[in-house]
Design a protein around this ligand. Sequence first.
Ligand code: C2O
Length: 652
Amino acid sequence: MVVRLLKSIHFDFIRIPHTMTSGMSSSMSSTGETERNSQSILQGQQGSGRSSALKNSQQLKRAAYICAFVFCLQALLGAVDADPVLASSLGFCKNVPVLKGAPLHCCLPAPKRTPIRFKFPLIPRNLAGRLFLRERKPAHVVQKDPEYVRKYNLAYARMKALPDTDPRSFLNQWRVHCSFCNEAFKQRKTPGPLGQETGVPLQVHYSWTFLPWHRIYLYYHERILASLINDPTFALPFWNWDNQLDQDAAMIPAMFLPNFSVPNAALFDEFRNPNHMPPKILQLGYNSKLEAEGKQNLTDKQIRYENLCVMYNQVATKISARDFLGGPYVVGTDNSAATVNVSAGEVPGESGGMENAHNVAHEWTGLINDPNHPDNEDMGNFIYAARDPIFYSHHSNVDRLWDVWKTIPDKVTKSGSRKRMDYTSRDFLDTEFTFYDENQDMVIVKVRDSLDSSKLGYKFTDVSKSDNMWIYYEPMPPHQSSGPSNSSDYPAAAPSGYNYIGTDPVSFRLDRRAPTSEDARQSGVKNVDQLQENVVLEKVKIPHLEYARFDVFINYPAANRQTHLYMSEYVGTFTHLPSGMVDMSKSVSESSSNSNDEFRIVTIRYSVNAALKRLGITDYNTDIIVTIVSKGARNSGRKTGFTFSDLKQDFQ
Ligand code: C2O
């Protein structure tokens, strides 16, 4: 038991970067210093074959002693071994830039009372003593219940009627998303309303904070709606856009549209793509550029196959917390910065598979390819998205998929026995967020409070029949031309150099190696057979205010923008939605899009175990060809492509 605990602490030290901005280290506790020492020891030890075996074993011993020491300290003091981001104070809020019009003010009203700590709700029990959980139902089903739509609409009508000074108002609910998703606030490093700020912008996308933050956001949003109609049993619907079984599930649910059978004006939003109204179904392989060129001509059946394949690659093949939830986010992580110094311990933004899939639904729903709306409002831009009531229903489905993900059997690792679990590090669990509750109180909530939806008092209607269609999806057989024989014709990526992704697809050779026990140890799994192999695009430079999409194929260099995603060679998608963090001293326009301040740096992971198996690649000596198909930025105003620093293989 103790050994296991030590091991888990040990892993956390290695995996979690402690990015320290200048001036911060002075107030580090001695525990923090110890931890950084042990981290560097372990990093040195994993570094390569450079250190001698003797040195290794000494370092291991030292590391073990330090771990044991820190473990005892923790036990004694209940101290935190980590650098979790703490609840933001609401000072230092800045306006958020957009492409068209003046920067937006989306700062929140100040709390009227002292902020309180989150407590789990008391969950009622039925006569048989079983917990009564509110049920979030599929939108395409629950919209057939006029009483539900009446209440749902009434709740939003009342929310929209609240004054601007009330944090429960619809405008302020939008502001919560706009501010925390667009770096309007700064990270804090010391607790309390007057705690010290780090100077680093706070961002809840592009990392492991994405799913927990949005879950708690929806939890309070739902509580507020429920209290406004005095119905504690009220639950949000979920827009079941991954469902390819029910005819209308992936369409924009009719209750959000005009001319519905029950009054629904409060659920309507005018800034939605007029070309994507029912009976059009949401397309997870959506490419707005192809659509603008009139070349996106798939049948509904093809769209549904692509959707299954995208869900399969973005959710079902993701087995580690990192691949599904996203990369670490700790004090000092600045995933809005245009430069990332990895050797100084800084980490770039890293969205998980779920976040990338969810972005597409945003882009597809918002206005795009409309020159009067370069910001793709509402859903197509994080800044505006939460102005559309459908946003909350969309995220309710994302929230549901997080629960579903944990139940998916392991069909992707060699062992077939790996359980899908959330991160267990304290950096993750103790990360704090700030929300307003239904009583207008500011509440500080920790990530650890968000991991079990039933403890928050709700559950989702079981739609496993449609889930299983993508969980057990089998892509089409590989192309004839697939094969590793010609991988030497392609260049490897220039390491830590300048690699370019233009409008035409680019292919690189990726030299592979076998996983080691060190890889297993770092990922916290027992042996190498439980690892997922990934293709990793490192430090991709993405403009803050633009849409981007990269689809990746292995051993199919002929792939292009029109290659179907239900092919065996397709391994996943990266998407970026516009969100604002630019240097406000510079003008924000298409023409200035080369200014360095307008980019963020992200790492993108594609999980390939299942694809390698389909392609008959069973060893680790075979190199592969990785083809990156950029589906371009929006409005084709952008001439330059994207750059990345390296293409790597990694195991999680
Ligand atoms: Cu904060 Cu769907 O985004």
